[in-house]
Write a protein that binds this ligand. Sequence first.
Ligand SMILES: Cc1cc2nc3c(=O)[nH]c(=O)nc-3n(C[C@H](O)[C@H](O)[C@H](O)COP(=O)(O)OP(=O)(O)OC[C@H]3O[C@@H](n4cnc5c(N)ncnc54)[C@H](O)[C@@H]3O)c2cc1C
Length: 224
Amino acid sequence: MWITNGSVADLAIVWAVTDEGVRGFLVPTDSPGFTATDVHRKLSLRASVTSELVLDEVRLPDDAVLPGVVGMRGPLSCLTEARFGIVWGTMGAARACFRTALEYATTRVQWGKPIGGFQLTQRKLADMAVELTKGMLLALHLGRMKDEERLLPQHVSLGKLNNVREALAIARESRSVLGASGVTLEYPVIRHMNNLESVLTYEGTNEIHTLVVGEALTGLRAYE
Ligand SMILES: Cc1cc2nc3c(=O)[nH]c(=O)nc-3n(C[C@H](O)[C@H](O)[C@H](O)COP(=O)(O)OP(=O)(O)OC[C@H]3O[C@@H](n4cnc5c(N)ncnc54)[C@H](O)[C@@H]3O)c2cc1C
């Protein structure tokens, strides 16, 4: 379920349990027995289709299997790369929301002055700037660790967990700065906010990354 671009792709990469352990397969989507059905009525990540892939008695040649990758290392290494990208991407969404809120706050006038001149709005802007700066620095730090080949999956979990959480909080706070205008697509804020709800869930849910960090700290597994 929930495979991005599932119905438009020519090729699906499918990780499946075999007698040898988990293997990766290149599956042409025109293979007999392969069907992709789109999920409709999404209110998040609407720019891409998301599909349910069904493989019913699909037969593949021997060379469809990815060579040299047996077990979870293959899929998990792909995910660690993708999640590292999310650590940055979420800050891009948060920055777009923050900048929109800042511009709105300095131009929308109430009681003779911009709403950014009221202390409560300044507090929102200051808190958002603090979390945006911390999230960017965390991403930069993880990037440097990656360059030095010191980055572990649990570091990426910590970054994904924090930056998605804070980006969502920044999007919500920005939405409130915009008042009613924040709920329209005239501004990018609610679009980022809704998209970030998917990011909270995909590439490892918020809960599972919490448990990864918990395991790294305690040595105890709490997944099952
Ligand atoms: C728009 C979109 C696009 C996506 N694209 C892709 C894609 O291209 N490829 C792909 O592989 N996946 C994709 N996903 C799927 C995504 O990775 C899954 O939705 C995600 O892994 C969660 O799985 P689930 O939806 O089955 O939730 P569930 O597993 O049913 O989880 C529901 C809730 O229970 C919690 N939970 C589950 N198990 C535990 C546990 N052991 N301990 C504590 N809490 C737990 C979860 O954290 C979550 O909060 C996409 C999802 C969305 C929304």
